[in-house]
Design a protein around this ligand. Structure first.
Ligand code: FES
Length: 370
C-alpha cells in the first residue's frame, strides 16, 4: 500500500466558499468540490478529451465537464450511472483543525469505458470509382411549401451535367436537414472543438453528419450554392460553415488535414448585388478547409441595385440558357481539376510551416498533455 502523503490545501472555511474550483497540488491539477458540508476531490482532466472539470459545474453530486458535459462523481470520480467504468482519479480528503488535507498517494485509477469511434473518425481514403461531386444547396426553404430558388435551380443544372462528364453526383439540401447551430466549443478551448464535431458525436439526431460524410469522405468536388441575403451568403450557409470549424480546427491543433485533393466551386445568386463579396468570403473559408479551386471557381448572377422586381429575376434565372450552361461548365472545371489532382497527386501531402499558420502555436505545445 502506498505511503500516505497528506497535503494541506488551505483553510476549510475559505475552500468551502465555492462549490467547485481547480486547484494545483504537487504539479497535479485537481477539481475540488464542496457540497452538503463535504469536500470531494478528483482529477481535473476529463476522460473525454481533457476538459478542465474544476471549471465545470455541479449537477447534484456530479461534476459536469465544461466542454461537452460528461459527468463524474465529485467524490468517487466515477462516471454517471451507466458510465461508472468511465472514472477519473479520486483522492482521499479530510478536514483537520480547520484545514483541508488531500492524500496525494491515494489516487484511484483512471479507467475508460470503451467508446467505439464515430464512423466519421475513420481514416480518409478515397474509394475507387468515378469522380464524385456533391452539391450543397443552402437556400432556406419551407420543405412543405417549396418555392423556386435561383441558386438551387442552377445547382441542379450543375449536378445533372456531372453524368455527361462521367462523374457521379448527389445533392444535399441543408433546408431538408435538422441540425444544431455550432455551440461554440472552440470558444472554450481549441481542444474542445473536436473532429468529428462534438455535437455530431453527442446527438444522434443531428443530421449534419451527412454533410461531413459527403464532404470529407465521399466527394472529390463540392459545389456550394447560395442566395445572397443582405449582401452575405444565406443563414443556412453560415450555420453549416460554423459547424465546419471542426474540419479546419483539426489542421490547427493536430496538423490533421481531412481535405486533400478536393475541389470546390460556388454558385451565387442575388437579387441585387455584392456577388464578389459573398464569393470572396466563400472562397476564403473553403480555402481554409484545404479545398483547391478551378480557374473561375464561381458562377453568379444578380439583377443589380435598382432592380427590386424579383419576379423578373426568377424568370431570368429559370429561363437563362447561359446561366445553365455556365454552371454546367463550372461542374466540368471542378471535375477536370479533381481528376487531375487525383491522377497526379498534385496537392501537397503535408501542411508544412509557412502554410496556413506560419507561427508555431502555443496550442501545439499543449496538445500532448491532454
Ligand atoms: S466532456 Fe469533458 S472534454 Fe469533452
Amino acid at each position: 500500500m502506498a505511503v500516505e502523503n497528506w497535503v494541506d490545501l488551505g483553510s476549510a472555511e475559505e475552500l468551502s466558499s465555492m462549490p467547485l474550483r481547480q486547484v494545483a497540488v504537487e504539479n497535479r491539477e485537481l477539481a475540488l468540490s464542496f457540497k452538503d458540508g463535504r469536500f470531494g476531490i478528483v482529477s481535473n482532466a476529463c476522460n473525454h478529451v481533457g476538459g478542465p472539470l474544476g471549471a465545470g459545474r455541479l449537477d447534484g453530486d456530479y461534476i459536469a465537464c465544461p466542454w461537452h458535459n460528461w459527468k463524474f462523481h465529485r467524490c468517487s470520480g466515477k462516471g454517471e450511472p451507466g458510465f461508472e467504468e468511465d472514472a477519473v482519479p479520486a483522492y482521499d480528503i479530510k478536514v483537520e483543525g480547520g484545514r483541508v488535507l488531500v492524500d496525494m498517494a491515494s489516487a484511484s485509477k483512471r479507467t475508460r469505458k470503451p467508446h467505439p469511434p464515430h464512423p466519421l473518425a475513420r481514416k480518409v481514403e478515397r474509394a475507387p470509382g468515378p469522380i464524385r461531386v456533391v452539391g450543397i444547396a443552402t437556400s432556406p426553404m419551407d420543405e412543405v411549401n417549396p418555392r423556386f430558388s435561383g441558386s438551387d435551380h442552377l445547382l441542379r443544372h450543375a449536378l445533372e451535367s456531372c453524368a455527361v462528364y462521367g462523374a457521379e453526383s448527389k445533392l444535399i439540401r441543408l433546408s431538408a436537414l435538422k441540425f444544431r447551430a455550432c455551440e461554440g466549443y472552440y470558444s472554450k478551448s481549441a481542444h474542445a472543438c473536436t473532429w468529428p464535431c462534438s455535437i455530431t458525436q453527442m446527438d444522434e439526431s443531428d443530421q449534419l453528419d451527412r454533410v461531413y460524410e459527403a464532404v470529407v469522405h465521399w466527394a472529390d468536388a463540392i459545389i456550394v450554392a447560395s442566395p445572397i441575403r443582405w449582401g452575405a451568403a444565406s443563414s443556412l450557409y453560415f450555420k453549416m460553415a460554423e459547424r465546419l470549424n471542426c474540419v479546419q480546427n483539426a489542421i490547427t491543433i493536430r496538423n490533421q488535414v481531412l481535405i486533400r485533393n478536393k475541389v470546390a466551386g460556388f454558385i451565387v445568386v442575388g437579387g441585387q448585388d455584392n456577388i464578389q463579396g459573398v464569393a470572396g468570403q466563400m472562397l476564403g473559408f473553403f480555402a481554409e478547409l484545404g479545398f483547391i479551386f478551378p480557374q473561375f471557381p464561381y458562377v453568379a448572377h444578380s439583377r443589380g441595385w435598382s432592380s427590386e422586381d424579383m419576379e423578373r429575376n426568377v424568370e431570368i434565372v429559370r429561363e437563362s440558357k447561359e446561366l445553365a450552361e455556365g454552371t454546367s461548365m463550372l461542374a466540368k472545371r471542378c471535375i477536370d481539376l479533381a481528376a487531375g489532382l487525383i491522377a497526379q497527386h498534385q496537392a501537397p501531402t503535408s501542411i508544412e510551416r509557412g502554410g496556413r499558420k506560419a507561427h508555431s502555436l502555443e496550442i501545439e505545445r499543449d496538445a500532448g498533455s491532454v
